[in-house]
Design a protein around this ligand. Structure first.
Ligand SMILES: [Zn+2]
Length: 231
């Protein structure tokens, strides 16, 4: 609106009143659950979203959606009575908005086991209609992911784009662990992001179910491959 006003020749004066303040630090924790792998329990496929939210709104979209499709992916696998070869670990990060405190602390505590981290995923860009995966890995890993997203034909979520990731998993991916994020039709994401509009009304239950399905299929398939993803 201001851009259009300026184009019409208005001189714009903005008076901004802010009441934000930085409070002292408090202790907060990541929430972690897992399905232990049957053959290589020490090897980890990680799915995640963050539990904290911005101070306005309810954080239903950012990132309640990502946290709970990750939770639901494990729940689905459990309900189906499946147990993959590797461990699938859910992490609901804390303190992402203040600066990925939960993600960074987790990395620092677990980086000594980095050779056992097979793949890291984070959904933090909306849980609208699922389209497929954003994924970063070497050529061979990309090919494997391409055949995995093909499994999602019945729900029309076969898109695969190089890239993706998330604030809380960046350190893992920078260190060479294959990883990615959920590709979804999120062109309206910034209508709601960090505003009072980010409430449960943004979430569509059917879309969330399909996002969970993508997450479950990708996590389970990678966790059940004979070998870890090449890196
Ligand atoms: Zn977020």
């Amino acid at each position: 609106m201001m851009d259009r006003m300026q184009q019409r020749g208005y001189k714009i004066v903005v008076k901004l009143k802010m009441s934000a303040k930085t409070l002292p630090s408090v202790t907060s924790r990541n929430t972690i659950a897992e399905i232990k792998g049957s053959t290589y329990p020490e090897q980890i496929v990680l799915v995640s979203g963050h539990l904290d939210s911005w101070d306005v709104g309810q954080g239903a979209m950012d990132d309640g959606g990502g946290a709970f499709v990750s939770w639901q992916a494990l729940s689905l696998i459990k309900q189906l009575g499946l147990r993959p070869k590797r461990t699938i670990r859910l992490v609901m990060w804390t303190g992402e908005e203040e600066g990925a405190f939960g993600g960074n602390e987790y990395y620092n505590r677990h980086k000594k086991d980095i050779a056992n981290f097979d793949m890291v995923l984070e959904s933090d860009e909306g849980t609208f209609t699922a389209l497929g995966m954003n994924f970063q890995g070497n050529h061979k890993a990309m090919e494997i992911m391409s055949s995995i997203v093909d499994l999602l034909k019945p729900i029309n979520a076969t898109a695969l784009k190089k890239g993706g990731g998330g604030e809380d998993i960046t350190l893992w991916m920078n260190a060479g662990v294959p990883g990615g994020s959920l590709m979804n039709a999120n062109d309206k994401y910034f209508y709601f992001h960090h505003t009072d509009g980010d409430t449960m009304t943004v979430q569509d239950p059917v879309a969330m179910n399909l996002c969970s399905a993508v997450w479950a299929v990708v996590a389970y398939t990678v966790a059940d491959l004979e070998k870890m993803l090449p890196r």
